[in-house]
Each structure stands twice: as C-alpha cells, then as structure tokens.
Write a protein that binds this ligand. Structure first.
Ligand SMILES: [Zn+2]
Length: 213
C-alpha cells in the first residue's frame, strides 16, 4: 500500500509529495521547500513516520519544483532522478531562480536519467515512468498501477492543464501527452498534480475545458 503525503510549498503553491509504503521506505517528488520552516515541516514528517528516504524524483525542473532538491539530496544522502530532456529547464534555473527571488537556490546534481518504460522501485513499491512533454520538454509522470494513482506534475490539473508558454513548452505536444498517456488510463485513476487538488481521469475527460477526452 503506497501512502501519498502532499505538502504545499513556496509562493507558487507547489505540491511536494512524499510517497511511502509499509516497509518504511519513501521517495520525495518535486521538493519545492525553500524556507527553513518548509524544510522543517517535511523533515518532521519523515522523522515522525520513521521513514527512510530512498530517492529524489523530479517530474520536471521548473524552479518551483526543484527549490528543495539540494537540501533533500544532502539531508538524506539521495541522488536526483529526472529525464535527460529536462536538463535545459534544470540549467535555466541558474538565471530563473534569482529572477523569481530565490537567490539562495542551490542546484542538486542530476545523477539518474529515466525514460518512458523505465521503473522506479522503493521498498515494495514500483512506479512506472511515462514521458509526457509539452509543459516542459523532459516532463515525466509516475504511475502506480496497482492503486491507480498518477503523480502528474504540471501536465493535467483539476479543470486545467500545465502552461505551455515557457521555454520548451508546446500546446499540441502537451495535448498529445494527455490524450495518449493519461486519458488512456482507467477513468477512476487519481491524478496528484503539482498544483491544486487531486482529480481523476474520468472527470477530466468529461470536464477539462482545454483538452477534451
Ligand atoms: Zn512546471
């Protein structure tokens, strides 16, 4: 059984997720914690639950999703996993982070690169990787098939989709990612997005005003 804990951090109200299972192992997805109190909140949760952090995953590398990367890597001795095609997004943060007021942003070293069809395991949990570009060129999502859960980053939101006006973004590419990778999943599959509340595939296919099912 995978447990999903959602924290909302930084001025972009970014969702940082801790995925854990009964073995006590966990991975941290898109740590957006920047302020000390945000890091303390995440750390307190990990300690209270007695979790062992085994991985650091980025759905994509927009600045609001990576602010806590270096801190997580250092604190828990884990290495960053991402898609190689998001390296330009990652590198742009050297310029973008100070522009948005995150002068203290510190990059983690990208170590592991994954692609469509790869799997990530921690404890007794397996996540499948889907390549879902369009919001960012190297965007990936993580699918937990048994529980029917997608950790979706900024691809599909409740009633909305990720913006496509940032470097490497493209609406048609994003719409194709949503239709081919997400709308083909069972309707009851729950999506945990990078911003805002959860949604599910059936609801979005019926109601999403930007990409119709
Ligand atoms: Zn983004």
């Amino acid at each position: 059984m995978m447990h999903i804990e959602v924290f909302t951090f930084n001025p972009f109200q970014e969702n940082t997720l801790v995925l854990s299972d009964d073995s006590g192992a966990c991975v941290i997805v898109d740590p957006g914690c920047f302020e000390d109190h945000e890091k303390a909140e995440l750390q307190a949760y990990v300690e209270e639950k007695g979790l062992k952090v085994e991985g650091l995953l980025n759905t994509h590398c927009h600045v609001d999703h990576v602010l806590g990367n270096a801190w997580v890597a250092r604190t828990y001795g884990v290495e960053l996993t991402m898609h190689r095609l998001d390296l330009p997004t990652f590198k742009a943060n050297e310029v973008v982070a100070p522009q948005y007021g995150f002068a203290a942003y510190e990059a983690a070293n990208p170590v592991h690169f994954v692609d469509e069809g790869d799997q990530i395991t921690f404890g007794n949990t397996t996540l499948e990787i889907f390549f879902t570009p369009g919001h960012a060129p190297g965007h990936i999502v993580f699918y937990h098939r048994e529980q029917g859960v997608v950790i979706g980053g900024d691809v599909l939101f409740r009633g909305s989709i990720g913006r496509t006006d940032l470097p490497g973004g493209d609406f048609d590419t994003l719409a194709a990612s949503i239709r081919s990778k997400l709308y083909t999943l069972p309707e009851e599959v729950v999506v945990y997005p990078g911003h805002g509340p959860e949604t599910n595939i059936g609801f979005e296919k019926q109601n999403n005003p930007f990409v119709k099912g």
